[in-house]
Ligand binder design. Structure first.
Ligand code: MG
Length: 371
């Protein structure tokens, strides 16, 4: 049973190229499946989330992170009476526009583009992937996703200015996105906050004492776990604690969003869209706990000296390869050389690099720039 304020698939604004209905999958289920079958989706498996493969094969990569976000999203969307198929499709596609090497790669690619008077934005890149780069259908470029999925790709994590981005005019930039899209930024954060504590601890870059003193919500649940299981190994206490933190954040997002929707007397999707602010939100207390985890991870993990070398390598590889193809466009693959006849060379190089996996870009670097 969907809530009145959910997105109803039968009210979808539809696809760019009309297609006959499927016999037993609705349009959002088909969009979810199209994302899963996309090449760009499979490549997430070989893209860094926080830790490169050098650390361990069981740490998160962008694909397993995406699967975890999609699990959290399905649970929360279901509890709120939202359209789970749409929310799941949006969770699965949310990181599809990320370049290799995590945030270091993104930063370097954006810097290279800014030096050319352009910029790189992973949401806009994700839209280019699903609208153009994926080649699966004879009749059109891209995946021909429904309006609501494309809108969610653009609007799930931030607002775009209508004056700065006239090309996005069709996505109703003056309105809030549906709750299914609003959730994604928050479920993404629930996913990576807890996962990064976990991987950071496993990597021995974070100690239990350090996490307990830096993350109050973790310490609170850890004390509770110690009472119930005083004799189990630390790692199990740790896992039980992370599980409780994740549950607390998910519970809070559900109940606080529900309360905000009721207070604002939101009845249907147009109320959600017209409301002055986003309705999906943590409570003030949990929002503070979430920020404390984030600040802890920035202060102790993301910029830790142990990860610094790999970050510098990542930035150097992206920067030098970008410069190499700027100087030697004839060394680009033929499909990209053809694109460069219609689009600016920096944009074409940026698209090429952004699509690469970590090991593909390393191989390219060794071949083109030596090492
Ligand atoms: Mg993410």
């Amino acid at each position: 049973m969907l809530a009145g304020y959910a997105v109803y698939v039968e009210d979808s604004r539809g696809r760019r190229f009309p297609e006959p209905k499927h016999a037993y999958r609705n349009d959002f289920q088909r969009d979810r499946d199209r994302v899963i079958h996309a090449r760009a989706f499979r490549r997430l498996e070989a893209k860094t989330q926080v830790f490169t493969r050098r650390y361990s094969d069981h740490f998160r990569n962008r694909l397993t992170h995406t699967i975890e976000v999609s699990q959290i999203t399905r649970t929360i969307a279901g509890a709120l009476g939202l359209n789970v198929d749409l929310a799941e499709a949006l969770a699965l596609v949310h990181d599809i526009g990320h370049p290799p090497f995590g945030h270091a790669g993104e930063k370097a690619l954006d810097a290279a583009m800014r030096a050319q008077g352009l910029f790189f934005d992973h949401n806009l890149h994700a839209l280019r992937i699903v609208e153009d780069f994926e080649q699966r259908y004879a009749a059109f470029h891209g995946l021909n996703l429904t309006f609501e999925v494309r809108e969610g790709i653009i609007k799930h994590s931030r607002d775009y200015d209508a004056v700065e981005h006239p090309e996005l005019a069709e996505y109703l930039l003056d309105q809030r996105p549906p709750l299914e899209a609003q959730l994604i930024d928050l479920t993404d954060e629930i996913g990576y906050d807890t996962a990064d504590l976990d991987d950071g601890y496993e990597a021995h870059l974070l100690t239990l004492d350090q996490i307990r003193s830096g993350v109050p919500v973790f310490d609170r649940f850890f004390r509770e776990v110690e009472q119930i299981y005083p004799d189990v190994p630390d790692k199990l206490k740790f896992n039980e604690t992370v599980r409780r933190v994740l549950n607390q954040f998910a519970d809070d997002l559900i109940s606080n969003t529900q309360t905000r929707v009721e207070k604002a007397e939101i009845k249907d999707l147009s109320d959600v869209r017209r409301h002055r602010e986003r309705l999906a939100a943590f409570s003030v207390e949990v929002d503070m706990e979430r920020r404390q985890i984030k600040e802890f991870l920035y202060g102790n993990l993301y910029y830790s000296p142990s990860l610094a070398g790999e970050k510098e390598d990542a930035e150097r590889i992206v920067t030098e390869l970008f410069a190499f193809w700027m100087e030697n466009p004839s060394a680009l693959p033929s499909s990209y050389r053809e694109k460069a006849e219609q689009e600016s060379l920096p944009r074409v190089i940026c698209d090429y690099i952004a699509g690469m996996t970590d090991h593909y870009i390393i191989a390219q670097y060794e071949q083109r720039c030596g090492s």
